[in-house]
Design a protein around this ligand. Structure first.
Ligand code: NI
Length: 200
């Protein structure tokens, strides 16, 4: 072999190795759906204790003893939260049709207005198995902090019809912790496909 041929052969081998590495990365590291966020190294989720819409104190271990889709929002939200809760409910139905049981969970970031009763009406309108969770201001602060959820009351402090600003991700949790994270705009089909992939 000439020196040039050796060089070209070396470049070819390196190119193949690079391509194989890239294919491997794409397959092993990234989420399967563009609607899902890469959670490698993400430290999201943690212990909490909250009050369910049926007025029982529940721990995070009880809430995620089967896989759960968890969303933080509030029932007075004019548009975002009802849409996202419906997306979560539809994803749960798609998964159930495939034999995968996932519990939809709606945690309020507005415990002052979201009493168990108010939450109960909201979650029962969304899905028969949806669990609503509320608690004291400190309970909610602890749960939101564990999930790195941002929330803040917006507008005039005296306005009883205030809005809340809040982050709007859907977390797929299992007894082992975070299994997938979905950005706003993910469709029920995308969520169900990715959930089935990571749970299967
Ligand atoms: Ni909202």
């Amino acid at each position: 072999m000439t020196r040039l041929m050796v060089l070209l052969a070396g470049v070819a081998v390196l190119s193949i190795l690079a391509a194989v590495t890239l294919i491997g990365l794409a397959r092993d590291d990234g989420p399967g759906s563009p609607a899902a966020i890469n959670i490698d190294g993400a430290d999201l989720g943690g212990p909490f204790e909250l009050t369910s819409h049926t007025e029982n104190r529940v721990s995070s271990a009880e809430v995620t003893d089967t896989p759960a889709l968890i969303y933080f929002g509030y029932t007075f939200c004019p548009d975002v939260c009802p849409v996202d809760a419906q997306v979560m409910a539809d994803a749960v139905d798609l998964l159930a049709a495939e034999g995968v049981e996932v519990t939809p969970v709606f945690v309020t970031v507005d415990p002052a207005r979201d009493t168990p009763r108010a939450l109960g009406q909201f979650v029962q309108a969304m899905h028969p198995r949806m669990v609503g969770l509320t608690g004291s201001e400190d309970d909610i602060k602890a749960a939101a902090s564990a999930y790195k959820v941002y929330y803040a009351r917006a507008g005039d402090a005296d306005d009883p019809n205030y809005l809340m600003n809040h982050s709007a991700f859907i977390y797929l949790m299992t007894p082992d912790g975070l299994a997938a994270l979905f950005r706003r705009g993910a469709t029920p089909e995308e969520i169900a496909d990715e959930a089935e992939r990571v749970l299967g």
